[in-house]
Design a protein around this ligand. Structure first.
Ligand SMILES: [Zn+2]
Length: 219
């Protein structure tokens, strides 16, 4: 079941690797599933597998308690983090967790990204926060990420990487690329020695645009 959704997960994971957002088997990708029975389910990449070797049957379907519904392989170690984000954000249908170089540089440095670029605010939701460090796969990491992500579409994870959300898989990938390019711009500007943030009134206007598109209060 859900073969087309599983294929979407595989294709997104391959693009994530091809675009250099991860190396090797790192990172993980998931998609919220519509279950005819009304269960809360997601399809997620398996643990420790190279993305170019994945077949449809390798994608694991789990419910929101983490129990495996379909698939023989072990679901990604970060499954609890994906579940926590889906539970907190009803409009999110796809999640990409990656280890891109510039986001990870800021994750090591501890510098959050202030509002710098128009599209950062309109699409990602504004400033990018850094979730406090917790061990990979831990419940604490899931809690920290949900809290630092807030209503936005991207967050940096201290000494680890990044997580981005989307209303669909394509959007989660686009957000991941946008977050990494924003981090690259910030690191470059810091090296040049001067950072001019967007004017506060522009940030306010663009956050309103963001909320009208992605806001969770909407139905
Ligand atoms: Zn990771």
């Amino acid at each position: 079941m859900w073969d087309s959704e599983k294929t979407e997960v595989i294709e997104a994971s391959r693009r994530m690797e091809q675009k250099g957002l991860v190396t090797g088997t790192a990172g993980n990708v998931s998609l919220r599933l519509k279950d005819p029975g009304g269960r809360h389910l997601l399809a997620i990449t398996p643990s420790g597998r190279y993305y170019d070797s994945l077949d449809v049957d390798d994608i694991v379907v789990v419910d929101f308690s983490g129990e495996r519904i379909e698939g023989q392989l072990r679901a990604s170690i970060e499954t609890p983090m994906h579940i926590a984000v889906y539970q907190a954000r009803p409009k999110v249908n796809a999640i990409m967790h990656s280890h891109p170089v510039f986001c990870s540089s800021l994750a090591v440095d501890g510098m959050e990204i202030p509002p710098l670029i128009d599209e950062q605010v309109t699409y990602l939701g504004g400033e990018i926060k850094i979730s406090p460090y917790a061990l990979p796969g831990s419940k604490e990491l899931a809690t920290n990420v949900v809290s630092a992500l807030g209503p936005r579409n991207g967050v940096i994870m201290a000494n680890h990487g990044a997580l981005c959300t989307g209303r669909d898989m394509r959007e989660a990938l686009a957000m991941s690329e946008l977050l990494e390019s924003t981090a690259q711009i910030y690191v470059s500007a810091l090296r040049l020695g001067k950072v001019n943030q967007l004017p506060a009134e522009v940030v306010e206007l663009e956050k309103a645009v963001f909320a009208s598109i992605y806001g969770e209060s909407e139905t």
